[in-house]
Design a protein around this ligand. Structure first.
Ligand code: NAI
Length: 341
């Protein structure tokens, strides 16, 4: 196609050889699509997924710039075969046959904005993309990054329900960056390598709905009240810290791409059948009375295999949970009514 002249040259060469280099070189693995692949998150995320040995085909979709991003990334000598798709008319081809779809499409925050301020634009984008998923790869596992995640995941669920394809086990909101931040900041305070620290972060993905459970830190450690207050606030406002530092140029993209690639890799390892894959994610849940909630989930061949209980909370965390639930309930309702209005 016009998108990939180098590919057709390559196909001509492989015809001369009487073989299809592409098929021959293609590693066994999963087919992954990234929707919003040309963006601040999308580009480094595409790079990281091209490096993932579990990926055999990588489809890069956006409404702008995918020919360039695809040509660039396709030169990496890793196993995944990369194809680019540009604009709405190519959405269905981008999605056809995918095992995992990652959605970082949509506008990011500027200083002074909350994630909810993005609702009006991003809700419609997520709806359109999920309609495509329901039509073309209804069994794919879906990772939603687009903000406000607290509302876009319920939006995706409603779109899938309408299409008759909804399986709550396959729809996951990406909150990994909150865990990545918590592990980093706690590592700094405790003087530990952040790779050796693990903090569950539950609730949702905006302000007070982000609840780091410091009492459950691994390795077990205790914190002073000052440390608890500093760490909780730094994790809850980590996104805003980056938005302000970027001063109008966007929100977290590099750490987010890292977090999204880490989460997608966990999904793929679960899909492959690895045991004991546990990550925090914002999912349809019965952990609280709310229909969606982020907590630890065990990932398996078909997505979520088990939602783990919250575990014991201290008084500070119980108070945080009550605050979180109030805001979360409203964000969920807003997402649901967007589709059912
Ligand atoms: P960006 O503006 O750099 O990139 C977004 C990309 O989406 C652009 O390339 C744009 O062309 C594309 N896009 C717009 N409409 C589209 C459509 N209808 N179909 C396909 N692609 C479309 O934004 P950035 O920084 O990459 O952020 C993307 C989203 O991720 C934002 O909503 C942001 O708030 C969210 N985010 C989520 C985080 C999380 O922890 N879940 C953390 C950081 C950002």
């Amino acid at each position: 196609s016009h998108l990939q002249p180098p590919t057709s040259q390559m196909e001509e060469v492989s015809l001369l050889r009487g073989s299809n280099c592409r098929a021959k070189g293609a590693a066994p693995g999963f087919k992954v699509a990234i929707l919003g692949a040309s963006g601040g998150i999308g580009q480094p995320l595409s790079l990281l997924m091209k490096m993932n040995p579990l990926v055999s085909a990588l489809h890069l979709y956006d409404v702008v710039n995918t020919p360039g991003v695809t040509a660039d990334i396709s030169h990496m000598n890793t196993g995944a075969v990369v194809r680019g798709f540009l604009g709405q008319p190519q959405l269905e081809n981008a999605l056809c046959g995918m095992d995992l779809v990652i959605i970082p499409a949509g506008v990011p925050r500027k200083p002074g904005m909350t994630r909810d301020d993005l609702f009006n634009i991003n809700a419609g984008i997520v709806r359109t993309l999920c309609e495509g998923i329901a039509k073309c790869c209804p069994n794919a596992i879906v990772n939603v990054i687009s903000n406000p995640v607290n509302s876009t995941v319920p939006i995706a669920a409603e779109v899938f329900k309408k299409a008759g394809t909804y399986d709550p086990k396959r729809l996951l909101g990406v909150t990994t960056l909150d865990v990545v931040r918590a592990n980093t900041f706690v590592g700094e305070v405790l003087g530990l390598d952040p790779r050796d620290v693990n903090i569950p972060v539950v609730g949702g993905h905006a302000g007070v709905t982000i609840l780091p459970l410091l009492s459950q830190v691994n390795p077990p450690s205790s914190f002073t009240p000052e440390e608890i207050s500093y760490l909780t606030s730094r994790v809850q406002n980590g996104g805003t810290e980056v938005v302000e530092a970027k001063a109008g140029a966007g929100s977290a993209t590099l750490s987010m791409a890292y977090a999204a690639a880490k989460f997608a890799d966990a999904c793929l390892r679960g899909m492959r059948g690895d045991a004991g894959i546990v990550e925090c994610s914002y999912v349809a849940s019965q952990v609280t009375e709310l229909p969606f909630f982020a907590s630890k989930v065990r990932l398996g061949r078909h997505g979520i295999e088990e939602i783990l209980p919250l575990g014991p909370l201290n008084e500070f965390e119980r108070a945080g949970l009550e605050k979180a639930k109030k805001e979360l309930g409203q964000s969920i309702q807003k997402g649901v009514s967007f589709i059912n209005k």
